[in-house]
Design a protein around this ligand. Structure first.
Ligand SMILES: *Cc1c(COP(=O)(O)O)cnc(C)c1O
Length: 236
């Protein structure tokens, strides 16, 4: 059965088995269906199949999709995750459109988002994106920077509700190195939980189509899966 229902079912089964191997239950791992480039019809179909969390990587794309979606169906329980790099000048629409921003990759962006949300009297759930590639052009905060004092200011920002960490593993790693990236994110979370006890560092967003099972075995609480659900993406 190679329709969306069948693929969703298979991904959920694989998540449950990997959770079981790590001594956890399937309900400890949230599936975020990555719907970037996916047409609104498929999002509505996934929602009807019980999927609630969706990941998008572009503010602009999501803004127009959201309009089509609102004409097609009401998705009252859907939660929208921003998982792509966010430019400062889109901080305001992003804070309005998304329920959680997983890709907070600098103190500067964090301050901007906090100011936007604070003005409206709310607190925006966010994850801090960590980069383990060691290449500064990649999105994400370097782990050393997070271990330092910057994190103190970050978690104290009044408009943000920091819920954990996110990473995208570098491409092409063998399983051993992949595991090491994921376990480093987990270790970083554990050390932050010790040094910043005021924050609930409950989420580790790690794992995509090619590596979500390894990520779950290493403690992931959120996997972001696109292609295994919606098929290969057309490249623009
Ligand atoms: C596209 C994307 C995903 C999903 O990737 P798949 O390989 O399709 O599962 C996950 N996380 C981020 C940050 C992405 O940009």
């Amino acid at each position: 059965m190679d329709d969306l229902a069948g693929r969703l079912e298979r991904v959920r089964t694989r998540i449950a088995r990997a959770a079981d191997r790590s001594g956890r239950s399937a309900s400890d791992v949230l599936l975020v269906a990555v719907s970037k480039t996916v047409p609104p019809e498929s999002i509505v179909e996934a929602y009807r199949l019980g999927q609630r969390d969706f990941g998008e990587n572009r503010v602009q794309e999501f803004r127009s999709k959201r309009e089509s979606l609102s004409l097609m169906a009401s998705l009252p329980e859907a939660r929208w995750h921003l998982i792509g790099q966010l430019q400062s000048n889109k901080a305001k629409p992003a804070a309005d459109l998304f329920d959680i921003i997983q890709s907070v990759d600098s103190l500067k962006l964090a301050r901007l988002l906090s100011r936007q949300v604070e003005a409206q009297g709310g607190r925006l759930p966010v994850l801090l994106q960590v980069d383990f590639s060691g290449q500064s052009q990649r999105a994400g905060i370097e782990p050393q920077a997070l271990a330092s004092e910057a994190v103190g200011e970050l978690v104290a920002l009044p408009g943000l509700d920091v819920q954990g960490l996110m990473t995208v593993a570098p491409l092409g790693l063998d399983e051993k190195r992949l595991r090491s990236v994921f376990s480093q994110l987990r270790d970083l979370r554990d050390s932050l939980a010790a040094s910043c006890p005021g924050v609930r560092w409950r989420h580790l967003s790690m794992g995509m189509t090619d590596d979500f099972e390894v990520a779950i075995e290493e403690g992931s609480t959120m996997v972001r899966v696109g292609r295994a659900l919606f098929g290969e993406r057309p490249y623009p």
